[in-house]
Design a protein around this ligand. Sequence first.
Ligand code: ADP
Ligand code: MG
Ligand code: ZN
Length: 617
Amino acid sequence: EPYIPKFVEVNYSDGSNDPKWSSSNFPWEKKLEENNKKVFGNHSFRPNQREVINATMSGYDVFVLMPTGGGKSLTYQLPALICPGITLVISPLVSLIQDQIMHLLQQANIPAAYLSANMDWSEQQEILRELCSDYCRYKLLYVTPEKVAKSDALLRNLESLNARGMLARIVIDEAHCVSQWGHDFRPDYKELGILKKKFEKTPVLALTATATASVKEDVVQALGLVNCIIFRQSFNRPNLWYAVIPKTKKCLDDIDTFIKENHFDECGIIYCLSRNDCEKVAEKLQEQCGHKAAFYHGNMEATQRAFVQRQWSKDEVNIICATVAFGMGINKPDVRFVIHHSLPKSIEGYHQECGRAGRDGARSSCVLYYSYSDYIRVKHMLVQGQGEQSSWTSGYNRGNTANSDGIFEKNTENLLEQVSYCENNVDCRRFLQLVHFGEKFDSGNCRKTCDNCAKMKTLVEKDVTVIAKQLVELVKMTGQKYSSSHILEVYRGSMSQVVKKHRHESVSLHGAGKHLAKEEASRILRHLVIKDYLTEEVKKSDVYGSVSSVLKVNASKTSDLYSGKQILLRFISPAKASKVSKSDATPAKGILQPYNKLSPPVDTPASAAPKINVELS
Ligand code: ADP
Ligand code: MG
Ligand code: ZN
C-alpha cells in the first residue's frame, strides 16, 4: 500500500513580508491610484490592499486574511474595474451580494449582476445572455456557491467566457466557509475546487476574516490553489474592549445598566443562545428598560428578518437581540457594543462576532456574560446534535454537528477552549484570542483595554496537583454519578441535606478541601474539565427539558496525574489584589471608566459554584 499523506504538501509563500508587492513599479500603478480615488473615493490604500491587488493582478493565486472591516472588497473590485473581462465572485448570502451590488452601482457606478437559485429562470437567462455577448456591460458577476455546484448552465457560460479570454479572475469571499473546522461551514463551498480544475490559468483570490491554521490548510486544499501567496495581518482590533463578566440571575439588569451607563442610545448587538432567549431579552429591554430593541433569529420569516435588519440599519431600533444567524454581511460601521448573553461556541466565532463592533475604528465594547452552567447548556445542545440548529451554525450545516467526521469532537474542543477563555481571569484577552489564530500578541500593547489587563494584580502560581488528584479520586469514590457542585460540596466538607442523603459525609475525602475557598476549589475542578481530566456528561433529566450533568473520570488522561504530571495554576494574590478604581496607578484616561462599575472585585469569587440543573428554554 502506498503511503498517502492526508494533506498534500502545498506550496505557498508569505506575501506580507515581501517588499515586491508594495512596489509602485507595476504597470497598472497609475490606474490603481486614479481609480481608487476617483471611482471609490478613497484617499489612500489600507494595509495590504495595494499588495494584494498587485499580487492578484500579476496572475497569482492569493489568499487574504484580513480582519472584518479591513477592506477586502476593494482588492477585487478595483482590479475588476481596470482589467478587461469579467470577475466571478462567490459569496455565501444573497443579502450580502445585493448589498455589494447596490454599493458598486451607487458609489462607483460599476455595473454588476448576480445569479442565485431563487431568481426567475428568465431573469437568469437574460444575465447569462448578456455575459455571452461581446459587449457585456457587467464587470462583476456574483453567484452563491450552490449555483456553481449545481448549475451546468453557469459552468458552460464560464467556459465560454474563459475560451474568449474574458474570465478575468475568480474571487471566493468568506473563504473560511470551505472548512469544516471553521465556525461557518457550508457544504456547497466544498464543491468550489471544480473552478480551479476547469479554469487552471485564471487567478483565484480567496478572502476571509477568520482562519486558524487548520482552516487555512483546508481552504488552500479544497480550492486547489497553486503557488498561492498569502497575505495576513494582525487580527488585533485595538478599538475593541473586551471583558468577561460573571452572569448572574440579574444578568438582564446588568446589561441594561451597562448600556445605559456606557452606550446610551447607541447601537449594538446582543447575542443569545436560543431563539427564545432572543425574544425574552428583547422584550425585557424594550418593555421594562425602555430601550429600542428587537429580536432576530432563524425562526422568523425572511421578510420579517429583513425588516428588522433594515430598522436597525436605519437606527430605528438600537439593539438587536440575535442568534449567530445575525451577522455575516452586516456592514453597519457604528456598532458600539457586542454583548454575549451566553457562551459563544468557539473562540473563532467569538472573535468574529465581536468583530462586528467598531468597524469605523471608534471605541466599542465587547462584553461576555459567562456562567459555567451555560457550558452545560451549550454542551447539551451539541450532544443532541440538533439543539436550535440555526443558532448553532447559521443553519447551513444542519445535521452535521454529530456526524462521524470528528465534527462533534472538534465542536466540543472548540467549546472547551471558549470556556477556558472565560475562566481565565489572568491573561490578556487579546493575547488569548490571537494566539488562537497563530498570532503572538504582546499583552503590553493591550494598554489595559481588556478586563484582565485592567486589573491591578499580582499573580501567584500554585501547584495544585494534590488537590487535583483528590478531586479526581472523589469523583471515582462516589461512583461518577454526581454533579460538579455536589463534588465540591463534599470536598469542602459540607453537611448539607443532600450530602447526608447520599451518606457522603463518611467518604474519606469528605472535607479534604475545607481549607480552600469555594472559588479556588471550583476553579481547580473546572480546570480539570477544561483539560479533559474530567468530563461533564450531560443529559436531559426530565420531560420539562431541564438538563443535568454528572462528572466522569477520563481514565486515559488522569493516568498522567499519577506519573508525575504537575498541575500549576495562577491565582490572583488576595493580598495585593484590589478593585480596579480610578485611584489605581495610571489607567489610560477614560478607558477604564465604563468597566469600573462592572468589573467584580478580583478578590471576591468571580462566580458562584456551577449550577448544574438548568432549565432549557
Ligand atoms: P471587509 O470585507 O474586509 O470586511 P469591506 O470591503 O466591506 O471590508 O470594507 C469595509 C469598509 O471600509 C467599507 O465601507 C469600505 O468602503 C471601506 N474602505 C475600504 N477600503 C478603503 C480605503 N482604502 N480607504 C477608505 N475606506 C475604505
Ligand atoms: Mg467582506
Ligand atoms: Zn489585555
